[in-house]
Design a protein around this ligand. Structure first.
Ligand code: 5GP
Ligand code: MG
Ligand code: MG
Length: 181
């Protein structure tokens, strides 16, 4: 039923699975003696977080943060606010931020600064998707699943008006979906 709203698939479920396995192995090697705090940025990272941490065969802890920069629109407002903070004290910890997508880079720049201010020992970023053309702030992820073009994408955690997060792949919506909203 959801597939009828999708114009094209950009990253298939199979491609995501294979990439999660590769990234998970690299991350497990990097973090094997560090007991990292893996921080999911809600809500877009939920599927990627669940898949990637199951591919990391090492000791780790999970926590979540909810920040907002988009509201319900498809264009960034440029403003970042904390909707839910971590439960964990990050001082001295090795942090791995898990994001769904980096567009302008504002959300991640804000989070990296915040965690450094809170005296984390290290802060790295893994993102499922990267939109290099959207960048406004000078920040790069340490690990990237896939580069995507400068289009609004949905699925595998990413929403349009809170819908489509449960699509098992990443795709672009048909223009008719926007026209009826
Ligand atoms: P940034 O702060 O890098 O501009 O954007 C960060 C957040 O904006 C992402 O974590 C994501 O929630 C949202 N975002 C950016 N690009 C897209 C997109 O193409 N589709 C969706 N659904 N969300 C996006
Ligand atoms: Mg996000
Ligand atoms: Mg959103």
């Amino acid at each position: 039923m959801l597939a009828k709203d999708i114009e094209k698939v950009l990253v298939s479920r199979e491609e995501i699975n294979a990439r999660c396995k590769e990234l998970g192995e690299e991350l497990a090697a990097e973090y094997k003696d560090k007991n990292p705090l893996v921080i999911g940025v809600l809500k877009g990272s939920i599927n990627f977080m669940a898949d990637i941490c199951r591919e990391m065969d090492c000791y780790l802890e999970l926590d979540f943060m909810d920040v907002s920069s988009y509201g319900n629109a498809t264009v960034s407002s440029g403003e970042v606010k904390i909707l839910k903070d971590l439960d964990t004290n990050v001082e001295g910890r090795d942090l791995l931020i898990v994001e769904d997508i980096i567009d302008s880079g504002r959300t991640l720049a804000y989070l990296v600064d915040l965690f450094k201010y809170r005296k984390a020992n290290s802060v790295k970023i893994v993102t499922l998707l990267d939109k290099p053309e959207g960048r406004v702030v000078d920040i790069e992820a340490d690990y990237v699943g896939f580069d995507v073009p400068n289009e609004f994408v949905v699925g595998y955690g990413l929403d349009y008006m809170e819908q489509y997060r449960n699509l098992p792949y990443v795709g672009v919506l048909k223009p008719s979906v926007y026209e009826t909203n």
